[in-house]
Design a protein around this ligand. Sequence first.
Ligand SMILES: Cc1ncc(C[n+]2csc(CCOP(=O)(O)OP(=O)(O)O)c2C)c(N)n1
Length: 679
Amino acid sequence: MNAPVLSHIAGVPEPSHAELANAIRFLAIDAVETARSGHPGMPMGMADVATVLFSRFLKFDAADPSWPDRDRFVLSAGHGSMLLYALLHLTGYEGMTSDQLRAFRQWGSKTPGHPEYGHTPGVETTTGPLGQGIATAVGMALAERLLNERFGSELVDHHTYVIAGDGCLMEGISHEAISLAGHLRLSRLIVLFDDNQISIDGATSLSCSDDQLARFKAAGWSACRIDGHDPEAIAAAIERARNHDRPSLIACRTVIGFGAPNRQGTEKAHGAPLGADEVAKTRAALGWPHQPFVIPDAVMAQWRKIGGRGQAARRSWIERTRRLNAEPRSPFHDGLNRKLPAEYRATMDRLRARFGTEQPNIATRQASQLVIDAIAEALPNLLGGSADLTHSNLTRARTQQPVRRDSFAGSYLHYGVREHAMAAAMNGIALHGGFIPYGGTFLTFADYSRPAIRLAALMGIRVIHVMTHDSIGLGEDGPTHQPVEHLASLRAIPNLLVFRPGDAVETAEAWDCALQAETSPSVLCLSRQALPSFRDASGGPNRVARGAYVLIEPPAGRDVTLIATGSEVAIAIEAARLLAADHVEVAVVSAPCLDLFRQQPTDYRKTVLGSAPRIGIEAAVEGEWARWIGDDGEFVGMTGFGASAPAEMLYREFGITVEAVADAARRCMARFRTTARNA
Ligand SMILES: Cc1ncc(C[n+]2csc(CCOP(=O)(O)OP(=O)(O)O)c2C)c(N)n1
């Protein structure tokens, strides 16, 4: 779809391209100046590119920032946030007033230091950690192709544009991302590279001599270099890219801080206000006599017209979707509304009941495989994948076909050995809408995905990480593959739900929680080794949803409480039996999600934890367990890295055994009695 060229506004002299671009430049300059902090150089350098993109190509309607068939615009170089805020203001996004620009980087403003999704309408994804934006955009472009294949070009037909800087392309994640996008031939992805050869320390030649064009071409992209200040060259390159059958890189040779006589072309323009003197000189050099934040009427009118360019396209899209609305239910709308279809509930409940009745002795990764098999059909918008560990993660449902560059009908992504790009792409898929992405790797490699997981948590989006081989229980692969600190470190990320289910029923319940968590990403930590079932078939509510719950309550009051997660729940149950033989009254608590438990009302938490001494059991480092076991308790777990040996021997050698738990319980009870006597 070719973008309409703007028509002239009657009676008003049409502003030049330079005036439109200078409006962006000076809003950025003056906002940074007012805030006394920020990055003016990048918006000044990329103002011409952004002006051409928004005025001639980008399909958007400022009146409806969430119109599903809009083009996506990702500012991967998030430090240049004022470029985006200036565009949102000029094109007329609701709420993006000039007061907001004056409040750049201040408490409560819509204009934080780096763009934040969910905080500012028109911001498609949170950026700032360099490289994340371009990798997230790969997920968006992928989601577009997948939806296009399912619902056709009438409903889904848009591009994903990215502005990325040298920093984004230096980050390792960009390699994974461009490699994946090139492999899948995501031709609707267009990266506008701010090729200004400057980063914070100075010239990029200090640290980088990559031939970016050759690099992208080698990954299967089309690539070209243009003068990033020549509007016609920019337009021609974007036009070519839109018609290419591959993703496209347009290296836009620009001058950082364009127009600032003493700063342009140097790192001094990157990340500090220009200062009053230089601002005045820039105003003179670029012929912009206007006061800060004042945009001449004709320029503003033209920008507002640009903001409404997509109105007709949006209206006709709405017309086309009306016929879908006429149907009782459409998978298209279900997907975009992010709702779970009705069939899902019945399928999940049936499976949970089946696990409860059959009491399978299987690894939780196997239980997860059965969950995925069962729900994949009920959830047509479930989009699976793995970073080359499909057969270990057990993430592919029988019914899922792989996505290939020549067939986007599939619903399973072979992400390759690219954990970081997988996590970022899943963010992009979730942000785009239309799918619930999940992807697998080993828990120990969560570190490779962590920056993208953190952003998912910050953005509050539903992305599900299936992370198997969750402890020393994986055995012979040894300490490189045995996570010990990962549970603690993932639990430290706010708004991330870390689940460690202990049997098949809990695995189904954890999946159910993750799927229903519309504003939180989840990590499902699953065992490689088989685990006995401990939950019965008695239906009832999803117990994992409360984070921790009492599995065994002794009728005559508690002498001690054993709290365990995942594979260690079975150890706690055995230890309780051993202690019961000595007439010790033991409660067992299963705690599959400490994050959810933290959110429960105090009364509930007190009831679960009890007042007897508590033993925490988890084959990992202690982390936040100190809170749950208190001063009277003990932790049975890992204190360092694991080792290469069969799992049973490792549990024995590292002292995570039924006997060790029973001993810890006796010690704590004895200490507790002494303290009570002395009190
Ligand atoms: C992962 C990450 N590392 C470091 C930074 C800090 N940082 C912000 S901008 C920047 C330099 C980026 O250079 P470039 O992309 O060329 O931007 P330009 O100087 O052209 O604005 C750095 C190192 C960051 N934001 N993210």
